[in-house]
Design a protein around this ligand. Sequence first.
Ligand SMILES: *Cc1c(COP(=O)(O)O)cnc(C)c1O
Length: 457
Amino acid sequence: MRTRIEPYRVKVVEPIPFTSIADRERALAAAHWNLFKIPANLVTIDLLTDSGMTAMSAHQWAGLLDGDEAYAGARSFQRFEAVVRTLTGYTHVIPTHQGRAAERLLFEAMLKPGDVVPGNTHFDTTHANLERAGARAVNLPIAAARTPAAEHPFKGDIDLDALAETLARERVPLVIITVTSNGVGGHPVSLANMQAVRALCDKHGARLFLDAARFAENAWLVREREVGLGERTPRDLARAFFELADGCLMSAKKDGLVNIGGFLALRDGALADTLRRDMVLGEGFPTYGGLAGRDLEAMASGLEEVTDPAYLADRIAQVRSLGDRLHAAGVPVMRPTGGHAVYLDSRAFAPHLGPLDLPGQAIVCALYRLAGIRSCEIGQLMKGHSGPGGTPEGAVDLDLVRLAIPRRVYTCCHLDYVAEAVELLYAARSELTPFEIIEQPPALRHFGAKLRPRAPR
Ligand SMILES: *Cc1c(COP(=O)(O)O)cnc(C)c1O
């Protein structure tokens, strides 16, 4: 059979809101054209993020009732620990309330001011937590990752020459490889690249950690794309990545298939002892780490379900079918489609707007107005800032709009609706108007900024 069907059926339904264009225009004005400030009950299809928006399975919901809420040594912790050990091969498993808590704990324990931490491209909270620990976060993506239209199978790979140079020149206690690389478009890292990174880290005495938020999607894309690996199971391929690293940081809100949760897992017992000691003040006792026992149950089941080949095949095919349909319609999308999202190339989409006219923001607002779809600007608004000494803001490298697909939440029909809306918007792209920022917080400005459309110059 050629028809692709979701490998699950629906057991519980949640109505989605439908609104009029007039409702949405009012909502945009009230939110100062910032989609983070639009109430979710005015969003028909929510593609703001894939984080924490997962639909849990019947098995996970059943596990919630079975959660052991003992303060110390809960049965749910033991199950969670066993699942993570089997998946990763790491001995020490430390739950945290989400990924960023794992980042803060690890970096505070490992880093000193002046350290340099290279990566294929650090996630934004990872970047901020590295700098908070006094380290310098350095992104070393391969050159192809900077060209949205380039058809390269492993745009998540790190630039090995640049990494070798950084390791030789700087004090580098830690290298972080993020799978898949969210920062460059959800693209996979190849096993060959990971092996080469391990060899470089060994040569220079650096630790290697995986930011494993999307480890299963990465494993599936490696299976599909890397020569000679097509017969291996996603679980086996994921394990190969974990084995090459000294430990991992995990936001379980992605491939943990849960709404909240995260963890650290590692081999080094002394470092694990330090982390367990440090976490008590901010996070909680080491066997619950800021989570309820039931959350640990849900995470344990999610981590088992996520490597199911039927689930992954559908997940990746669903995202790809949206990307391929838009590409075939001539819409400028990042190529090839990665693991968890489709990215529009904002400048190519709206070439009549300049980079500082916030073309991505024009697209996300217009797409919401047209069809009630919430997407996320990852471009000038999110990443732009003024230069040293308050010099004017320059154009950022890549200006993208991300349509992130939550796991197991939307059907093919929902995504057909999204594709139609984006195609209509693209056909009317000459009507997209420039935006300007009227107020912005000093850090992570996209969350709090107030904006307004302005007349073309
Ligand atoms: C989401 C994410 C994080 C941060 O995790 P939270 O659970 O949101 O705190 C870190 N790294 C990557 C790659 C992520 O996608």
